[in-house]
Design a protein around this ligand. Structure first.
Ligand code: PMT
Length: 405
């Protein structure tokens, strides 16, 4: 018996493809391991497998249509979307992958996927030429960026006689992947996290700007550490030279005002918000439309205050996430960090000592963490290891926060 699956609610979507017959065995395996299964069939899938078979094997009525009043009365599409701990689409056709990529909601399965916050696992199955097409590969990469998980396809002889990558994974392999995703290592499945990282750039004229030395390494490492544990991560990044961590949705911005707009939009949809960006406190009051010409020995720039993004998140009265800030200080580390914790209404603050320029763009960092009822120190180590330790502490405080609420 696979204990990861006991009591788990798995919604199995079947799209049109000859491999649909293998999904019957997958459902049998899931049920054998005490998972609850509900099946959604696309119209094309009914050409390959019958609702009656799937009802018998899953032990539940099979849903097929978005516009079926009877089915909607029993368990409507939104209820189905909320019911699922995980959505598994096997086989996932090239057409379904493309439609999921662009957010279509014109049939029951695509609508349920769009309406659900459950993790989604796709088991692609298609002709090898269709699989290797640039557009299919681009769609798969786009979905991976949005945290959609994949299993397979396998390489081998196909029903059409071609040989290549495109065969749906075997039921046992899909079952194993489901189990892994539900396992301890993926303990943050369903947790939504928004993170800001990197610097902002505040334009002076079309060719010059004010910024700072943040490289984004710390914020990207935090995004990676959350994503590795299965959280749904959105990373709002200032201009940096770093590749996106796997399974992280990245939004690139330049200025503090752009970061504010994206961060607030993401914060209200997230459980946890981490403000690791080094946001410029001020911006130029009037950005010159043309390059400023050199004239005289001095030049005056008037700066105006930028929005304090994390303070706005901390002070949200509706849909406020658990809010974690950073403080980069050159002196009075503890006092200034605790002051920011209180003033910006944060749940936790991570203080860096940046005197003598260390931390910004460095490979290593240490952090002193403070929250209203305590604190701890994370000693000097590489930023990725530090990020993992920080995520452990954030999750422990986050869980406590909900116990107390
Ligand atoms: O990117 P790296 O090179 O890896 O370096 C990491 C780091 C030093 C940038 C990072 O660890 C860090 O300390 N980030 C916060 C830097 C900072 O701007 O600190 P602050 O004390 O000025 O700001 C306090 C908090 O308010 C931060 O959470 C910051 O994101 C937020 N803030 C600040 C100003 C502003 N206008 N809006 C904000 O949201």
């Amino acid at each position: 018996m696979d204990s990861q699956l006991v009591g788990k609610r798995i919604l199995v979507g079947i799209t049109g493809g000859i491999a649909a017959y293998k999904t019957i065995e997958l459902i049998r395996l899931l049920r054998k391991n005490k998972a609850e299964v509900r099946v959604v069939l696309t119209p094309a899938a009914t050409e390959f497998v019958t609702p009656l078979t799937l009802q018998a094997i899953s032990g539940n009525p099979v849903a097929q249509s978005l516009l079926d009043p009877q089915a909607e009365l029993a368990m409507g599409h939104i209820e189905l979307a909320k019911w699922a701990d995980m959505i598994v689409v096997a086989p996932a056709s090239a057409d379904f992958i493309a439609r999921l990529t662009v957010g279509m909601a014109d049939d029951l399965l695509s609508t349920v996927c769009l309406a659900s916050s459950a993790p989604i696992l796709l088991a692609p199955a298609m002709n090898q030429q269709m699989f290797s097409q640039t557009i299919t590969q681009q769609n798969i990469r786009a979905l991976q960026q949005r945290q959609v998980q994949f299993v397979g396809p396998n390489v081998g002889e196909q029903a059409c006689g071609d040989v290549g990558a495109g065969r749906m994974s075997e039921p046992a392999e899909i079952h194993q992947k489901i189990s892994e995703l539900l396992s301890e290592a993926q303990d943050l499945l369903g947790v939504k996290v928004a993170i800001t990282a990197g610097p902002t750039r505040e334009a002076i004229d079309p060719v010059r700007y004010i910024s700072n030395h943040s490289s984004g390494k710390m914020g990207f490492a935090i995004a990676e550490a959350f994503a590795e544990r299965g959280a749904t991560v959105t990373l709002i990044s200032g201009p940096v030279n770093l590749p996106s961590p796997l399974n992280v949705h990245r939004i690139d911005v330049i200025s503090a005002e752009q970061m504010q707009e994206q961060a607030l939009m993401q914060a209200v949809q997230s459980h946890i918000f981490v403000g690791c960006a080094a946001v410029a406190d001020y911006r130029v009051a009037n950005i010159a439309e043309q390059k400023i010409k050199k004239a005289g020995d001095e030049i005056q720039l008037t700066l105006v205050k930028n929005p304090d993004i994390i303070a706005e998140v901390g002070h949200l009265s509706v849909n406020r996430p658990f809010t974690v800030g950073f403080a980069a200080e050159t002196e009075n580390l503890e006092q200034y960090a605790k002051d920011k914790l209180q003033r910006k209404k944060l749940d936790m603050i991570c203080a860096n000592d940046v005197s003598s320029g260390q931390v910004f763009n460095a490979e290593e960092n240490s952090l002193r963490l403070f929250w209203s009822a305590g604190g701890t120190t994370l000693p000097l180590t590489d930023k990725r290891t530090l990020a993992k330790q920080l995520v452990n502490q954030i999750m422990s405080n986050y869980q406590q926060y909900y116990v107390e609420k």
